[in-house]
Write a protein that binds this ligand. Structure first.
Ligand code: NOJ
Length: 512
């Protein structure tokens, strides 16, 4: 595994909304470059950049029209190369977003594929052989060309599904993953990866990674496909890092990904922690961490410790964490996020507690997600320092709250969420046991009970982490000698083996 992942802490940038350097109301690559030092100073050493390629933006760029060219609204490939260089100079890394499952309807492959005459791209996408037959289990595009067939779509109806074959074939038009046409699709995608890795990016976050081969209930075909990609990387770019949007580490890690996300969908019970009716991290204390911990342990065992399970603070598809939690609760969330194994991912703006904005009109296919995609709040200046454009031309409106958090006011306040996160990151950076590959052992993670306690360890040291999000104090039993408190937000006391975690506390203690 690329060694930089051992201690990677990612910062996710949604380019539209991060920093606008040229005053057109939308973020851009130069803007990102101007904020690298901010990200480094926070303590993050890696970036995941959402799609930044040529696109009609019906799904914010997840509808790629040219995989090899930066969208002009963000800049040029030269600007991206400069971004890679500037990051590498500071010992930082970057993952681009690879969208292998579908393209935009405007991609030249799709335009060719729509033609009734057979050509190189005829089977690049999932087409049935009659306009009247829909691909089972998928939505489809039909009636927009003279080709007699329907084309499956993966997400919106502007995103035709690329053809990687069917694990189980039930219809004559379906191909096997190893047939020449699906193989050509995979090779084309490998070429895209080769292109960007050649220009200096460090790897990819892979969109909908678990869904490429169709009729593949157990994921076996898709796992085999990613193993081929891994073989290519091992051969040509052994340091390239890959994180999957899959949400099933038992499968993705077998497929050769070094990292998978635990997400708001899938089997991980991530939502039990942050985004259900009674999340574990709420101070009301009605949550349940038990199922999350059980699934986590299962996945850990299944993966044999190979590969990282990454828990994001949020992303461009989820409600912001602050929708459910206030700043004190958020501090406890981050004590957890920054002390778990795997590489943490911080969604831009979560470090200052940016709000989810209700009732925004959808922008570029965001719908309910638009509220989590508003411009970064840098300062008390015009448009919160995001852009010099006039307010109405901004990509998405800025949080109108006059008391909105900004980087500027967060930095100035010792007690801010931002400064708490910075402290936690520093502690993680100083203790290898807390980093990506340090071991974890759950000490107390019971159904419907508080607190959550676990030990992180490596050959150098052992650290006990006790997290009590609820407002009530609670107890658990633990045999072990506390040595030195590394971090304290609230009290942890003990009498013999009985430990008491004060309401709303998070404590890290070195133990023997
Ligand atoms: C997952 C991405 O994160 C999301 O934003 C996008 O809409 C879908 N995949 C489709 O590509």
């Amino acid at each position: 595994m690329s060694s930089w992942l051992d201690n990677a802490i990612f910062y996710q940038i949604y380019p539209q909304s991060f920093m606008d350097s040229n005053g057109d109301g939308i973020g851009d690559i130069e803007g990102i470059i101007s904020k690298i030092d901010y990200i480094k100073d926070l303590g993050c050493n890696a970036i995941w950049l959402n799609p930044c390629f040529v696109s009609p933006f019906t799904d914010a760029g997840y509808d790629v029209a040219d995989y090899r060219r930066a969208a002009p609204r963000y800049g040029t490939n030269e600007d991206l190369k400069k971004l890679f260089r500037e990051l590498h100079k500071r010992d930082m890394h970057i993952l681009l977003d690879l969208v292998p499952g579908h393209t935009s309807v405007e991609h030249k492959w799709f335009k060719e594929s729509m033609k009734p005459e057979k050509n190189e791209y005829t089977h690049r996408y999932v087409w049935t052989d009659s306009i009247w037959e829909s691909p089972e289990g998928m939505n489809c595009i039909r009636g927009i060309s003279q080709r007699d067939g329907c084309c499956g779509v993966n997400f919106f109806s502007t995103q035709p599904a690329l053809n990687y074959g069917f694990y189980e074939k039930t219809r004559p038009w379906q191909m096997s993953p190893d047939d020449p046409e699906p193989t050509a699709t995979l090779n084309a995608m490998i070429d895209v990866m080769r292109f960007w890795l050649g220009l200096g990016c460090d790897g990819f976050r892979v969109d909908m990674a678990g869904s490429l081969v169709k009729n593949d209930k157990e994921g076996k075909g898709t796992i085999a496909l990613w193993q081929k990609v891994r073989a290519f990387l091992d051969e040509e770019f052994p340091d390239a890092a890959m994180v999957s949007e899959w949400g099933e580490p038992d499968k993705s890690l077998e497929g050769g990904f070094q990292m998978d996300f635990l997400l708001h969908f899938g089997t991980s019970h991530y939502n039990d922690l942050f985004r259900c009716e009674h999340p574990f991290f709420g101070r009301e204390g009605k949550g349940n961490v038990g199922k999350f911990a059980d699934t986590y342990k299962y996945n850990l065992e299944k993966s044999g410790g190979n590969g990282l399970m990454c828990i994001p603070s949020g992303n461009h598809d989820m409600d912001r964490l602050s929708r459910k939690f206030d700043v004190s609760e958020l501090k406890i969330c981050f004590a957890f996020l920054l002390t778990m194994p795997g590489a943490p991912f911080i969604y831009y703006g979560d470090e200052i507690g940016m709000k989810y904005l209700d009732n925004l009109t959808s922008v570029e296919g965001g719908y309910g997600r638009t509220g989590s995609r508003s411009p970064m709040q840098w300062s008390g200046g015009v448009n919160a320092g995001f852009s010099s454009a006039s307010g109405e031309t901004l990509y998405i409106p800025i949080d109108p709250d006059p008391c909105r958090p900004t980087v500027e006011n967060s930095m100035a306040d010792e007690a801010s969420l931002y400064n708490e996160i910075k402290r936690l990151i520093r502690i993680r950076q100083e203790h290898t046991a807390l980093q990506s590959k340090g071991k974890i052992e759950f000490v107390y993670a019971e159904e419907n009970k508080y607190p959550l306690a676990y030990i992180r360890s490596d050959e150098r040291e052992k650290i006990l982490i006790v997290i009590n999000p609820s407002s009530q104090s609670c107890t658990f039993s633990f045999k072990g000698k506390a040595e030195e408190v590394l971090y304290r937000n609230g009290e942890l006391s003990h009498s013999g083996d009985e430990y008491t975690a004060a309401g709303q506390s998070a404590v890290l203690v070195k133990i023997k």
